[in-house]
Design a binder for this molecule. Structure first.
Ligand code: MG
Length: 259
């Protein structure tokens, strides 16, 4: 006759085995089939827009842009031979008509071969990753000739202006086309207007990582310490017509993928 205690031991052994078998992790526990990522056809080169990109400038016109100071006024930069060049004597900064939250952006820019000036007054422009007003209100990724031009490191090409110097100087010579590829995570604000999560940015300059998921301290400030004082939602992308006297910067092949 089998004792009760032996039976109990056997039952416990079977139960714990079953329990163990149930709890043992399986490969499929971490294999997810939905949601399916949408299929996107890559461009022929890394700079050509993929199939789902919003084209902001393809060389044919600036209809996707308006004056940053007055959205009822058209952008009046110079479009010639498929290139968009800053007009320093017109409406000033221009911004996209469309508003964006998180996105991937590609933009190409060229410092004129005959550029003059020094420091911040040598091919200065900028890409405001989110424009939050007219003028220079927003978060500026600096555009500048820094091939052989010294300035403060957190104000050189590839910097988040006055917040974060680029990891390396990947500048090309004046006269050569350069590119920025940007991953922008917009800041999130609570109902009380306080920032819940700061903006973050990753930037490749000519394919080289120059900003690695940098957390911005707030919108760009020329003077003083930046902080988040103004809650905002999706915003336009803005290009800077800087007031220096050097020859103007040109842009081409601008596209964006809202995320
Ligand atoms: Mg600038």
């Amino acid at each position: 006759m089998i004792s009760k205690s032996v039976c109990l031991t056997a039952i416990l052994a079977v139960s714990s085995y079953q329990l163990f078998a149930q709890d043992k992790p399986k490969p499929e526990d971490t294999e997810f089939y939905t949601p399916v990522p949408p299929k996107v056809t890559p461009g022929a080169t890394c700079s050509a827009p993929p199939s789902d990109a919003v084209i902001l400038f393809d060389g044919t016109g600036e209809d996707k842009w308006v004056a940053a100071s007055d959205s009822t006024k058209p952008a009046d930069w110079i479009v010639h031979h498929g290139i968009l060049t800053v007009n320093k004597h017109g409406v000033g900064n221009i911004r996209t008509k469309q508003y964006f939250g998180n996105y991937q952006l590609h933009i190409e820019w060229r410092v004129p071969k005959n550029v003059t000036g020094s420091g911040q007054a040598r091919g200065n422009s900028g890409v405001f990753l989110a424009s939050i007003g007219s003028g220079d209100a927003g978060y500026e990724l600096q555009v500048l000739d820094n091939y052989e031009n010294k300035t403060y490191t957190n104000g050189q090409a590839g910097s988040i202006y006055k917040q974060s110097a680029p990891l390396v100087n990947a500048s090309r010579k004046p006269g050569e086309w350069q590119s920025y590829d940007v991953v922008w995570t917009a800041p999130v604000f609570g109902a009380d207007g306080n920032v819940q999560s700061p903006a973050r940015v990753t930037v490749f300059h000519n394919g080289v990582l120059v900003q690695n998921n940098f957390s911005l301290l707030g919108p760009t400030l020329y003077i003083g310490k930046p902080s988040y004082t103004q809650a905002h939602g999706p915003s336009p992308v803005k290009l800077q017509a800087h007031g220096d006297k050097s020859e103007p910067i040109s842009y081409r092949n601008i596209w964006i993928r809202p995320l």
